[in-house]
Design a protein around this ligand. Structure first.
Ligand SMILES: [Fe+2]
Length: 399
């Protein structure tokens, strides 16, 4: 994150003596990126973070890409999945992926995690579709609620605690750092006035969480296709203070201020995050275009160099056939897509939309996974035929 934050107790000067009440030194740890040239934070632990007790056998944790699947517009329906597994990691089902990102659904039935988790090689953006609770991290606690993007940079040890009720998460793993769009930041990294959100909308960890009891603590570390089992005799939640620019945070999609215009605005106005070779965008309730001759529905377009994924969160498509909430549509590069028959005329005169959706555009081809195939709506590629009978869908009004 391009702003400075600190929590708890830290010494006046970095890399100097900082002692515990019993006289021993706190263990200082630099968590940094880009080989000491990127953002970083300094953490102060009660216990040496290097003190591994033992390492268990790696647990396979992967997905298979369905590279033989048809090259076609796709629609995946996942609303029927109340639960996709027991705990936070077992419930992850990866729907599509490439070398830059992996996109999963995760609807756990267990509200507590009996372990900690760290992704060693990817940042994770957890979009909370349904559910609430708290994210406990080494750098503090973040309360979350529906509509939150939880941005968890790689290597931060954490666990989720969900409140009772349906939990429905969309998880985007990014193999490069997830950042705010460069064009919205000034030379110092501050978000500019034309940005649809600013630092005030970012919720950094609010308070540190301490677990002092000795015991056996498991941290499952994800790297490539395995979960590596690291055991410690102290809790990783032993940080007494930290400061810096590297930390997890929450940003609510409801705090994204839409950019509108007299005529149809292109998808980049919805951009919220960027990473290497892909972007994440937020479609939020907004007024439609106000030129007297405007057409609110998007024009047909060819994604020459990007695959376009939409995940539907809420809006008036809920009561209609076709696209439902928790559905994905995937429009691969090279195949023209656009509004369904009749929806361009039907959009004229509409003044506003209540839709809520998350879009992920990747600049390299995405592949559905074998696990995703069970959710595929086989009729979707032909749904632009004149005889197609589904009523107009809010999805037609998106890009
Ligand atoms: Fe599009």
């Amino acid at each position: 994150m391009p702003f400075y934050h600190k929590l708890g107790s830290i010494p006046h000067k970095r890399h100097t003596q900082f002692r515990q009440p019993d006289g021993t030194l706190y263990a200082e740890q630099l968590v940094g990126t880009l080989g000491f040239s990127g953002v970083s934070s300094l953490l102060y632990h009660k216990n040496p973070p290097t003190k591994i007790e033992r390492i268990g056998e790696p647990v396979p944790f992967s997905y298979k890409l369905a590279k033989e699947a048809k090259y076609a517009p796709s629609h995946l329906r996942t609303l029927g999945e109340k639960t996709t597994g027991t705990d936070y990691l077992k419930a992850r089902r990866t729907m599509m992926a490439n070398n830059d990102c992996a996109i999963s659904i995760c609807n756990p039935s267990e509200m507590e995690m009996a372990y900690f988790y760290k992704n060693a090689i990817a940042d994770e953006v957890v979009f909370v579709h349904e559910g609430s609770g708290e994210l406990l991290t080494q750098m503090g606690r973040i309360e979350f609620r529906p509509g939150d993007y939880l941005v968890i940079p790689r290597t931060i040890i954490h666990k989720f605690r969900f409140n009772e009720g349906q939990v429905r998460l969309l998880i985007i793993e990014s193999f490069s750092p997830v950042e705010t769009p460069r064009r919205y930041r000034n030379h110092f990294g501050q978000l500019l006035e034309h940005s649809p959100f600013c630092e005030r909308d970012m919720r950094a960890p609010s308070e540190l969480v301490h677990e002092d009891e000795k015991g056996e603590y498991l941290v499952q570390i994800k790297r490539e296709g395995f979960l590596h089992q690291y055991y410690y005799d102290f809790s990783p939640l032993d940080v007494v203070g930290w400061d810096g620019y590297f930390f997890p945070y929450a940003f609510s999609i409801h705090d994204f201020e839409p950019i509108t215009g007299r005529i149809h605005q292109p998808p980049p106005v919805h951009q919220t995050f960027e990473a290497h070779n892909f972007v994440i965008c937020s479609f939020v309730p907004r007024l439609y275009d106000y030129h007297p001759q405007s057409i609110p529905a998007p024009y047909n377009h060819s994604n020459v160099d990007s695959d376009e994924v939409l995940y539907y969160v809420a809006g008036n498509f809920m009561s209609r056939k076709g696209i439902d909430i928790a559905s994905f549509t995937i429009h691969p590069s090279g195949i023209t897509h656009g509004p369904h028959p009749g929806t361009i005329e039907a959009s004229i005169g509409k003044v506003a939309t209540e839709e809520l959706a998350v879009m992920i555009d990747t600049f390299k081809p995405l592949y559905l996974t074998e696990e995703a195939m069970q959710y595929v709506d086989e009729k979707y590629p032909m749904s632009w035929q004149d005889g197609h009978t589904d009523p107009p869908r809010a999805a037609d009004m998106m890009d």
